[in-house]
Design a binder for this molecule. Structure first.
Ligand code: SAM
Ligand code: DTB
Ligand code: SF4
Length: 343
């Protein structure tokens, strides 16, 4: 039985997991009256997920800064001047201490990022040890280490890695304006290697990089027409960092900043086109109002990053999130093991 046969269908999700979306269909969703779009997204969300439950994940930068890639948004690129100090790969014990703290704070998934173009084979034994150690704590593991060869993806799969994050970031036709040191196809190649290894795929991108509505259509279209939908889709709002190409550009053209309603539309369209995926409200929550975040949850976002820091940028923080969850009556998604309740 296929996934689409096994799951209930609703009027708004006629084919769960369909990967033949056209750009016109996706543009038509973006063009719906806002309340109609959010209503449809909420219907799809309720058909496939526990509405009112949000997965808590925690991020840790295990290797910061000095990255040879030139991603225009990133504080960790060696071409940026954002005052981020470059570090070596963090000691395995220190990573595990951070993971244990995140678990105690109620986090279900531990996501680890390294500012690499790709891991070197000599880095892999430590990475494998980290994956095994975090899993032994009873947490889901996610890593984002840059491009992977098929053999490296297999090594991570064997270590038990649950998810690999590798974002397509923006529409294919806009990619070269944001990053010149690799291509959109390089990104797809790694995603294919991850998929072939059996690791769950986490891929999404950034909204608010001065792109047009048509670019956002192209971005969602690229995700929703992958051979299989990603299990996890992070939607980041650009955190404009001074000293990065995009942070500086947006400081000069504040009108280019994404507005909340357009951001919520993007979340809603991701939810409708990829009904089974976890849609993660990722970077940028720190500067979002509670009301904007509430609309994102209504439109189908069901995962967030907790804690005060993302990788290098500020995050909303546990106190504010606890207050937000209480205010909205949201609950942390039940994990594989009992989780601390977020008060
Ligand atoms: N080096 C790895 C890579 O790029 O695949 C992993 C780390 S990278 C920081 C992970 C993702 O974070 C990027 O693909 C991008 O989508 C997001 N990101 C980075 N800087 C950001 C910013 N300033 N605002 C929003 N999202 C950002
Ligand atoms: C993703 O899409 N967002 C997270 C995670 N994947 C690794 C990272 C957000 C990084 C925000 C910028 C920073 O902290 O430097
Ligand atoms: Fe490097 Fe990843 Fe930052 Fe790009 S997004 S500069 S690859 S750390």
């Amino acid at each position: 039985m296929t996934i689409s046969e096994a799951l209930p269908r609703t009027e708004t999700a006629p084919a769960v997991g369909r990967t033949d979306w056209t750009r016109d269909e996706i543009a038509a969703l973006f063009d719906l009256p806002f309340t109609e779009l959010v209503f449809r997204a909420a219907e799809v969300h309720r058909a496939h997920h526990a509405a009112g439950e949000v997965q808590l994940a925690t991020l840790l930068s295990i290797k910061t800064g000095g990255c040879p890639e030139d991603c225009g948004y990133c504080s960790q690129s060696a071409s940026a001047d954002a005052g981020v100090k470059a570090t070596k790969l963090m000691d395995v014990r220190e990573v595990l201490q951070n993971a244990a703290r995140a678990k105690d704070a109620g986090s279900q998934r531990f996501c680890m990022g390294a500012a690499w173009r790709n891991p070197k084979d000599r880095d892999m034994p430590a990475i494998v040890e980290i994956v095994k150690g975090v899993r032994a704590l009873g947490m889901e593991t996610c890593m984002t280490l840059g491009m992977l060869t098929p053999a490296q993806a297999d090594q991570l799969a064997e270590a038990g890695l649950d998810y690999y994050n590798h974002n397509i970031d923006t529409a294919p036709e806009r990619y070269a304006e944001v990053i010149t040191t690799r291509t959109f196809e390089d990104r797809l190649d790694t995603l294919a290697n991850v998929r072939a290894s059996g690791i769950n795929v986490c891929t999404g991108g950034i909204v608010g990089m001065g792109e047009s509505r048509a670019d956002r259509v192209g971005f969602i279209h690229a995700l929703a027409t992958l051979p299989r939908h990603p299990e996890s889709v992070p939607v980041n709002a650009l955190v404009p960092v001074k000293g990065t190409v995009l942070g500086d550009m947006l400081a000069d053209t504040p009108l280019a900043k994404i507005d909340d309603i357009e951001f919520v539309r993007t979340v809603a369209v991701a939810r409708i086109t990829m009904p089974l995926s976890m849609v993660r409200l990722s970077a940028g929550r720190e500067s979002m109002t509670d009301a904007a975040q509430a609309l994102c949850f209504l439109a189908g976002a069901n995962s967030i990053f907790t804690g005060d820091t993302l990788l290098t940028a500020p995050n909303a923080g546990d106190d504010r999130d606890a207050a937000l969850f209480a205010r909205l009556g949201l609950k942390p998604l039940a994990g594989p093991e009992p989780l601390a309740v977020c008060h």
